[in-house]
Design a protein around this ligand. Structure first.
Ligand code: C2E
Ligand code: CA
Ligand code: CA
Length: 962
């Protein structure tokens, strides 16, 4: 150590010497620069003094010349003493000018002219080569002559020399000012020089000080101090480092194996007082209890035995009871022979490290868990990741994406889907996308790139196994830390199942579950859309409403399953004919609608709808049975008729109504008249409400005559309405209105009551019993309490029930169950009332029910009677119907007999009763009795004639040809 200190001290004195040298050098440098500056300044000042002198003299020369000129004039003009004085002054001026001139040309006090004076003179006196010197000399010579011989004044001198004097003076002036300028410049240069040299000196000094002197001085003093404190620091540092690192050490010597030296730092680590002595191993173990089966002792022994370094980690209970995690690195020190001399253990507090390690471990575990959760979520949600670095043509997909797209991950270059690059291998993204999916991806990506906002797009893509997937692709923009866009990335989710569910929901919401056709909701939407387009673009469309004619029968007769199958079949046939561009909907029940969108003409539409109606009429097989459809269609053209959805529907409905009215399997286009008809229907329905109470309804009577005797059997009551403004209104017009507006109940009740009442009175006065037939509408059967009504009417009128006949048409069997009608009819029969089936042959007649239902009479419709007298075929049909009725055990009433020949035809067929204009039109109550008398009287006459003629037939016609 002393050696090192000596070295340090030697260094210090070297440094001090060096510093002294530097100080001297600096001083010398300053002195030198001051000297240089001073010399420069001095030279400049000396020059200046001489120059100033010259300026003065030159100035004086000029003044003297002026003075001489002035004195010369005075000498010329004066005489005597005055002239002498002037001459003397002139002389004086002359000698001074001469002296000055000599000074300037020859140097001060006649010394040899210095070089600078000569050059200065040259500069002053002949700056441009003019002989100023010579001219001054000549001027002075002339002046001398003047002084010496003033009497010669009037000679040539006066004029010539003084003229020249002016020029001389001007030149002198010029010389002086030139010199002045020169001199000033020179002074300036000298001053600048001085400044420069001073500056150079100072700068040099500065740099020397900064770069040479200062570092050396610093190093020197630093080195000195350092050497003095270094040793001290070194030991302190060691101790501090141990403290900072939470370390300490112990020492164990082989020759004292049971003793341990522990450093102060280790004592601190063990939270015990510093011990300045060797401790026994037992003591140490008590002070710091190894919580881990004495692993330190074990490691120490191993190191001592083998000389190999050891490392152990354990936890100890310290002096104050706290638990501290420590690690101990044990190393052996060997002697010259290589034997282990001692071992040292460096102990470090690793509590924080262990904590950190645990935290890291926990974090890693959490991260692992989250990653696996995320993976699971991705798997569950069918989500995969993709990335597309900008400027590259390949897309990066993660493994999930391969799985999601059902591709083999190993076959990876198939998935590095190339975008826009058809040449290289790999699956082109465009090829994976179906429909316009690719274009939509590109479009959305562009949008994301431009706005920086993320977006998503639903696409259809083909999977590796050929199936089609609905994918939801999310697209985001990835940026570098500087904010520069680097890639597009995002997720892709397989939403096929969700889409499928969506489609099923849509199917439920918009499609008819039975036929699979569009339902009313979807139909209305499409209709609205079509109307909008028709309004805006004028494109033409057609709305067709179709109603099945016989559905009720099929449903009742063959069962609901057959009914359903039938509807499906009809839907299929309609769809097939409509084609993909037109929409076929089932609006409910047996109601269908078609929206024809392909802008066909009215004729085309007619042809298409007619084809549909005939297709519906093609028989349909249900098991062993056969069902036959057929329907009516109403058509509204858009925008020709209207372009408002609700109106279009109403119009098509009117047209449908019209088609139904005009017979089965018909189609009707809407026209204005229908609308008018509707209007008048509406107003009639309003008026009808008040008609009953207002006594506008009147019962009329049409006689029914016996086919045998020709006498009146009774009457059919037919309602008449005398409208206040419109006059008589036919029941064919107002009864359907009453049916649809629920007024039929009231009218029916009125008809029954009125009929029974009047029949009662008729019977009171008539010798033969008079029957009364009352028409009852099907609607009365469905809605009202017909039985009560009949019973009430009979009771009130006290008419014998057997004289009342209820006429029902076949329509009562449509829309209600056969059992209910059957039961009702039987109850009526029980009350003794007769039943007649009206309009037989026109409706839904089915032999099945005719056989079972309790009808007493069949009324054959006029359509079968008319023409039966002239057409053989018609006669045969009529004959068939009559024998059918007979076969069923019913009486036959022939309706609508107008002429004698028609009468002949029906009597030939032996109808039981006959009704028609031939015998009488419906007439008011007041005429009814008269009608009976007239008919009976005629019959009586005819019968007498017939008996006389031996004819058996009840009614004998005048002649066959009539
Ligand atoms: P319907 O029951 O078939 O009545 C017979 C219709 O044929 C009556 O027409 C009658 O005037 C007419 N008629 C009778 N003989 C002849 C003929 O020789 N030639 C021609 N061309 N026609 C003949 P009307 O009175 O106009 O009644 C029409 C329909 O109105 C009736 O047909 C019936 O269904 C219904 N109706 C009439 N009154 C009532 C009523 O009080 N209640 C109900 N529910 N319906 C009624
Ligand atoms: Ca009738
Ligand atoms: Ca009838």
């Amino acid at each position: 150590m002393t050696k090192a200190e000596n070295e340090k001290r030697q260094q210090a004195s070297d440094v001090r010497r060096l510093m002294q040298r530097i100080h001297t050098m600096a001083a010398l440098l300053i002195a030198a620069s001051v000297l240089v500056g001073g010399f420069n300044m001095d030279r400049a000042l000396t020059n200046n003094a001489a120059d100033a002198e010259i300026i003065n003299i030159a100035g004086a020369q000029r003044m003297l010349s002026q003075r001489i000129a002035a004195l010369s004039l005075l000498v010329q003009d004066s005489r005597g003493k005055e002239q002498e004085r002037y001459l003397k002054a002139l002389d004086d001026a002359h000698s001074r000018m001469l002296n000055g001139h000599l000074f300037l040309t020859a140097g001060p006090n006649g010394q040899s002219t210095p070089a600078w004076t000569n050059s200065a003179l040259k500069a002053h006196y002949s700056p441009d080569g003019r002989d100023l010197d010579g001219r001054v000399t000549r001027f002075l010579t002339r002046t001398q002559q003047l002084i010496k011989a003033p009497q010669n004044l009037s000679g040539s001198f006066a004029v010539a020399d003084f003229t020249d004097l002016d020029a001389l003076l001007a030149d002198l002036d010029l010389a002086v000012s030139l010199y002045e300028t020169n001199a000033k410049r020179k002074i300036k240069t000298a001053e600048a020089l001085l400044k420069q040299s001073t500056l150079v000196a100072l700068i040099t000094l500065f740099f020397v000080a900064i770069f040479v002197f200062r570092p050396i001085a610093k190093t020197a003093s630093g080195a000195l101090k350092q050497s003095e404190s270094e040793l001290e620091e070194r030991s302190e540092l060691l101790s501090r480092s141990f403290n900072i690192a939470g370390m300490g050490y112990w020492l164990n010597r082989v020759d004292r194996p049971t003793e341990l030296w522990i450093s102060d730092e280790l004592a601190a680590l063990y939270r015990i007082e510093p011990v300045a002595r060797w401790l026994t191993l037992e003591e140490v173990k008590n002070l710091a209890q190894d919580q881990n089966n004495d692993v330190i002792s074990l490691a120490a022994r191993t190191c001592r035995d083998t000389g190999e370094p050891q490392y152990v980690e354990t936890c100890i209970k310290t002096g104050d009871g706290t638990l501290v995690d420590i690690c101990t690195s044990i190393a052996a020190k060997r002697d010259d022979t290589g034997a282990v001399e001692s071992i040292t253990g460096v102990v470090r507090d690793i509590t924080k490290e262990i904590e950190a390690r645990n935290t890291i471990h926990a974090t890693v575990e959490r991260l692992r868990q989250r990653t696996s959760d995320l993976r699971e979520a991705q798997e569950l949600g069918n989500i995969a990741l993709w990335r597309m670095p900008l400027g590259e043509r390949e897309m990066e997909l993660n493994e999930d994406a391969y799985q999601l797209m059902r591709y083999n991950f190993d076959d990876s270059d198939r998935y590095r889907s190339k975008i826009g690059d058809n040449s290289s291998k790999g699956t082109h993204l465009r090829a994976l996308c179906l429909g316009d999916s690719f274009e939509r991806i590109v479009e959305t990506s562009r949008e994301v790139f431009q706005t920086g906002k993320s977006a998503q797009v639903a696409i259809l893509a083909r999977r590796g196994d050929g199936t089609v997937a609905d994918l939801n692709v999310r697209i985001k923009l990835q940026r570098s830390p500087e904010g520069k866009p680097t890639a597009l990335f995002g997720t892709m989710q397989d939403i096929t199942e969700a889409k499928e569910a969506e489609r099923q929901l849509e199917q439920l919401a918009y499609y008819d579950h039975l036929t699979g056709l569009s339902n009313r909701t979807l139909f209305m939407r499409r209709l609205e859309a079509i109307c909008k387009d028709a309004r805006q673009s004028g494109s033409s469309y057609a709305l067709v409403l179709i109603d099945l004619d016989d559905f009720k029968e099929i449903n009742d007769g063959l069962g609901h399953q057959a009914g359903d199958d039938f509807l499906c079949e009809i839907g299929r046939r309609l769809s097939q004919l409509a084609g993909p561009r037109n929409l076929v909907a089932r609006l409910g029940g047996d109601e269908f609608a078609i929206l024809i969108s392909n802008q066909e003409t009215k004729e085309d539409v007619r042809r298409l709808v007619a084809a549909m109606l005939s297709s519906m009429a093609v028989p349909f097989r249900v098991g062993a049975a056969e069902a036959m459809g057929g329907g009516s269609a109403g058509i509204c053209m858009l925008p020709t008729h209207t372009a408002e959805a609700s109106e279009a529907l109403r119009f098509a409905d009117l047209a449908l109504y019209d088609a139904k009215e005009s017979g089965r399997n018909r189609l009707s286009f809407f026209d204005e008249a229908m609308s008018e008809k509707l209007q008048s229907r509406l107003s009639l329905s309003r008026d009808l409400r008040t008609a009953i109470a207002g006594g506008e309804l009147e019962t009329h009577f049409q006689p029914i005559v016996s086919g045998q005797s020709g006498e009146v059997l009774g009457f059919e009551t037919l309602m008449r309405w005398q409208h206040k403004e419109k006059g008589w209104i036919s029941p064919t017009e107002f009864i359907p209105i009453a049916e649809s507006s629920h007024l039929i109940g009231d009218i029916g009740a009125f008809a029954l009551k009125d009929a029974c009442r009047i029949a009662k009175t008729m019977n009171e006065t008539s010798s033969t019993p008079i029957e009364v037939a009352v028409n009852v509408s099907a609607a009365q059967l469905w809605h009202g309490d017909l039985e009560q009504m009949v019973a009430g009417a009979i009771e009130t009128s006290a008419l014998a029930p057997g004289l009342l006949c209820i006429e029902l048409t076949e329509s009562v069997f449509v829309g209600d169950s056969m059992e209910r009608v059957d039961a009702l009819l039987r109850r009526l029969k029980m009350r003794g009332v007769q039943l007649a089936l009206d309009d037989f042959g026109t409706g839904y007649s089915s032999l099945g029910y005719l056989n079972n239902l309790p009808f007493d009479k069949l009324k054959i419709d006029r359509s079968f009677v008319a023409g039966a007298d002239v057409s053989k075929k018609r006669f045969q049909v009529l004959e068939g119907i009559v024998s059918l009725a007979r076969g069923l055990g019913m009486k036959v009433v022939a309706e609508g007999v107008e002429t004698a020949s028609e009468l002949r035809a029906v009597t030939d067929l032996r109808c039981d009763a006959i009704q028609g204009f031939y015998f009488g039109k419906p007439s008011p109550e007041a005429q009814a009795l008269q009608v009976i008398q007239d008919i009976n009287a005629k019959a009586h006459t005819r019968n007498l004639q017939a008996r006389a003629a031996g004819d058996i037939a009840g009614i004998t016609l005048p002649a066959k040809s009539a």
